[in-house]
Design a protein around this ligand. Sequence first.
Ligand code: AMP
Ligand code: ZN
Length: 468
Amino acid sequence: MILYNSLGQTKQEFVPHEGNKVNMYTCGPTVYHYAHIGNLRTYIMEDVLEKYLRFAGYDVKRVMNITDVGHLSSDADTGEDKMLAGAKREHKSVMEIAKFYTDAFFSDCEKLNIKRPDVVEPATNCIAEFIQMISVLLEKGYAYIAGGNVYFDTSKLDTYYVFGNMNEEDLAVGVRDSVEEDENKRNKTDFVLWFTKSKFDSQELKWESPWGLGYPGWHIECSSISCKHCGEYLDIHCGGIDNAFPHHTNEIAQSEAFLGHKWCNYWFHVLHLNDARGKMSKSKGDFLTVSLLESKGYNPLVYRMFCLQSHYRKPLTFSYESLDNTAKAYDKLIKRIASLGTDGGVEQDKADALIAAFKEALDNDLNTSLALTSVYDVLKADTNDATKRYVLAEIDKVLSLDLIQELPEEQPAGGDALSAEIEALIAQRSEARANKDWATADAIRDKLKEMHVVLLDTKDGVSWKIEN
Ligand code: AMP
Ligand code: ZN
């Protein structure tokens, strides 16, 4: 498989560190609010990547953290903890907020057919591991204590800006904070590993540490949780593009200083979902959620398909008009697949060729829009319906669009009650015929005729349809 690697900014052949084992790490949500559909774009594309790697035969272990502490409202180590702000907003405790929004996140994921990672680890479970990693960074001279906090010393690195193509504005996030400049930092790009002194003293969750009662910085949690579950070598690290700097840049700094060697080989970044106002963001408050789409009558899988129609490395703009188009296409596609028959055996050669075309699309830097096209190619292919069904079921192991559904028979107006009445009349007619009561049988047939019901006597019994 060829993947674009943000580290090196080129498309590269994906080769795991060890055999066919893939250690995959995903930055999880900060659980102070619902995930918006922008966040979920990132998780959908990561889900496709994970499922495709499995489909291609890799043995994947996927780990995700839950950020329930340490993510401040500014990426420059300033501002209030987002979790605390969320708790205050809702007059609840931080842990109550964390539980509520973690559950809400996984419920959204379920609706979008996003698989739960093999390991899900809340940051607050791993304080001992963070303290251990920070202690090693201090021992190795990569960290220093100033003003009660522990900082990572970026001047100790050969290269700090590892994702060289970041634009100036993105890079400035960590260093532009002139108003709130932290006097303790030796270099502007240094960042906090452990806080004991913060202007926001009302911090609810604090832990004992060798440096005093405090709480971890945001970046250390991902370095530490990844090492805890994936060991010293990570194959692929995922996240939205906004995480590349400073979060992932700082993760690499910490992990490699701690381990003493290269840590992660491939960095997979998903570009943003934008709305009319620009990047969709939780801190803007009024954002789109899966529940909101559902309340407007959209099947969440329509949003999944909407995401798959675009390449993950292109920004995607959301509009209801585009979502409506996807909804129509999804509906049509599902109906077309449902109408496929089941007769005949699978023509394996033809199935293999169709699956190969699908794989070719995803092998080329996870080209999901081309992979979707191959679904339509299957429907048009010169093979029997059983083969088409088989191939579509295989493809859906990766796309997870619930492509194969048994749709209920279209009911006439009046629905179930009318059907029940018709069935009852047919049963009475059959009984009359069995009793050779031709007059009653004919009367019932006439009544059904008035109702526009046409009876079809088949070898399996009587079936019916409504003809207008
Ligand atoms: P957060 O809950 O803010 O920590 O973000 C969770 C994930 O969503 C991270 O991987 C972010 O990079 C990603 N993300 C945030 N905003 C967007 C957006 N508008 N479009 C796509 N991904 C996003
Ligand atoms: Zn992270």
